[in-house]
Design a protein. Structure first.
Length: 151
């Protein structure tokens, strides 16, 4: 949280200590957070939750791994790999939120975990993008590896 200079950060589950059961820690964490916000004089707060997926649902990007996997798959000749870099442009944060949450294999990961429904997760992603980049146009880097291989 900006008012707390980034606290509680990635260790928010243990913000007020590691002792006790989860419910007890949650209560202490919330109490400490409210106390710290009061002391800062700030009355608004927001919190980011970052989800890390062990299986990457979108983005097979390690060229050495791609080459190794192709060799293990029976391709004897080395693949030709061309990396294409570009810029993406969207009129508003909703566009990339829908694109990633609903238009990539990430959708199946979201649906499998039932984070409150696909629409709710898409809205959260849109809000996070708007907070970071503003409500207007969004622009960012994108890259793809184009792989050609012969058996």
């Amino acid at each position: 949280m900006p008012a707390l200079f980034g606290e509680p950060g990635v260790h928010s589950a243990y913000y007020a200590g590691r002792e006790g059961k989860r419910e007890e820690r949650d209560a202490r964490n919330n109490a400490k957070l409210v106390e710290q916000l009061r002391a800062s004089g700030e009355r608004t707060a927001f919190y980011y939750c970052v989800l890390v997926l062990v299986r990457t649902p979108h983005g097979y990007a390690d060229v050495e791994r791609i080459q190794r996997d192709l060799a293990l798959g029976g391709f004897r000749l080395a693949p030709e790999v061309h990396t294409v870099a570009a810029r993406s442009h969207a009129a508003a944060p909703r566009v990339p939120a829908v694109a990633f949450c609903q238009g990539t294999p990430l959708r199946a990961e979201i649906e499998a975990r039932d984070f409150g429904g696909l629409d709710a997760v898409t809205a959260m992603a849109e809000a996070a993008l708007a907070h970071r980049f503003g409500a207007g146009p969004v622009e960012g880097r994108m890259q793809a590896h184009v792989v050609a291989v012969t058996r």
